[in-house]
Ligand binder design. Sequence first.
Ligand SMILES: O=C(O)CCC(=O)C(=O)O
Ligand SMILES: [Fe+2]
Length: 258
Amino acid sequence: MLEQIVDLARHPIDQAGFRTTCRNELARTGVLVLARFFTEAAVEQVVADFAGRESEAFYARSTHNVWLTDPDPARDPGHVFNRQIVSTKGLLADDQISDQSPLKSLYGDERFRGFIATTVGLDQVYPYADPVSSVNMHFHRDGEELGWHFDNSAFAVTAPFQLPEAGGRFEYVPALRDSDNDDQNFDGVAAVLDGERSVERLTFAPGDLVVFRGRDALHRVTPSQGDRTRLLAVFAFNEHQGIRLSPSAMETFYGRIA
Ligand SMILES: O=C(O)CCC(=O)C(=O)O
Ligand SMILES: [Fe+2]
C-alpha cells in the first residue's frame, strides 16, 4: 500500500497542483528534493533490510572518465576526456533486492510512476527490461566515493536511507555541458576536476526523495567517513519501453552479465 511507504499527506503525489509545483521546481533548478517523502516505518524497514549487506554488493575496482566512456586514443592521455576518475562505492542490483521490499512496491506503483513522469515532463516512464538496472541500492563504506561524472540518463530518482557520520556529500555543478548541442565544455570540466571552480552542495536526509537532472550537471559523492554506511536507493526509469543495458555496460556497472 502506497500510504504505508509514502507520506502522502506531506506529498500528495496524485494532485495536479502538487505535480505542477514539482515539475516547475525541477525545470527551474535541475533538482527536486522532497523532504521526508518516505514514512518512518518505510525508512526503518529499508535500513533493516540493507544495513549489513555491504559484502554482497558489487564494487567496481576500476576507474572511469567523467563521460563514463572508454578513453579516446585520438586525444592526449592528459586530455580531460581521458582523465581517470576513481569510484569505489558498491551496489546491489535489482535481482538482489526482494520483491517484498518497499523499494519494489514503490517502483511498481502506477501512481508513483505517473508522478515521476509528470515531474520530468514525460507522458510515461518505463522500467528497464533487464534484470539488474531498475532498482539498485548503493553502499558507501568508510572512505568510499562516487567520482565526478555526467549521467547517461536525462534524470535520476534517488533516495538516501542512511548517511555516514561525515562526508558522503553530494556536490554538483549545474548545466556544465550542453549535451543536446554536443558542447562538452572541456575547460569547465577540467576546472572542476582541478578544484578551481566552486561547486554546489545538495543537502538531503534519510527518507527524502531526490529527482536530479544529471546529464549536463557534473556531480559526485565525496568519500564517506565513519562506521555508518551511506545507503542510497536508485530508481531508474526510461522514456521508452523495452530498454536494456548492453552486455558491456552490465559488465562495467554490475560485474556480470544477467
Ligand atoms: O549517490 C548519490 O547521491 C548519487 C548517485 C549518482 O549520481 C548515480 O548513481 O549516478
Ligand atoms: Fe550520477
